[in-house]
Design a protein around this ligand. Sequence first.
Ligand SMILES: [Zn+2]
Length: 318
Amino acid sequence: MKKGLILGYIYVLSLTILISLAPQIKASGISENHFSTVHPETSQTAASDKINNSDPSSQPVLQSAAHELAGNAFPVKNTVCYEIRGTSNQLSKKNVQSLAKWKQQITDFSLQNNNVVYLNGETDERAVALTFDDGPDAVVTPAVLDIFKSYGEHGSFFFIGQNVKAFPAVVQRAYQEGNLVLNHSYSHPDFSDKSSNFITGEINRTNEIIKNVIGKVPSLIRPPYGIINENVVKIGKNQNIKLIIWSIDTFDWSQREAGHIAQNVLENVRPGDIVLMHSNSDKSQTLKALPQIIEGLHAKGYKIVTLDNLLHTSAYQN
Ligand SMILES: [Zn+2]
């Protein structure tokens, strides 16, 4: 009798706790869009993928009209555009909206200019490229190089011209160890409202500085914030430069937790993915995530390749 009373009491108590917790449980499901973070990569177009990252099977691979017209069973080179993946719980609702808009725009640009703007490579092989923006610096970029060296792997680095000027030895080392040294503008401006002259100046100035360090001029460029417009595409076409975006954002600039950064790669990876990370000085969590990412990719049977191999193109103009 006494036991029955106690059990009854526990039952009522549990029920009360459950009912009182219900609103919090429900709220936590939608709360992640209400934080506010500004993308160092995309202050205007800060991006999150949460809205369309729930079910990969519901996200069809986008294909260009050219591909459909060709009626080929095997896709024409770079006419398949992956849906850009990756999540962060540190984005405001506004960030999420601007990201969704940016994704649509960049995907359209890629589909319309399939030999200039790349979000991903096209391959059936389990191969991905790990790319690092915003370096070099004195600490994080050398540590990333150490990690690649210890695994016998290589990365593709989009360096900022003024940082190359400050840390030329790091750039030289990256190149000598077999990594790609690529162009991420001179001063990291948003190209969308700049003149052709200004944009060309940013690109050429950085090319010149990189040439002085490694003797090569990059032919692959990542526009700051992943932002392009018709003007930038035209410059790319005229100068025979490829504009490289990404198909997985690790959000290492937003949700700076090694586990989450690695998860963004390992839970989303597809053959041909281009993965966005950063190697500037405040990316210690990216460093922590990198061994997990490399080992996780290997465990899934993926090989890590540089962008020139992934895109079957040349990384340098000379
Ligand atoms: Zn950047």
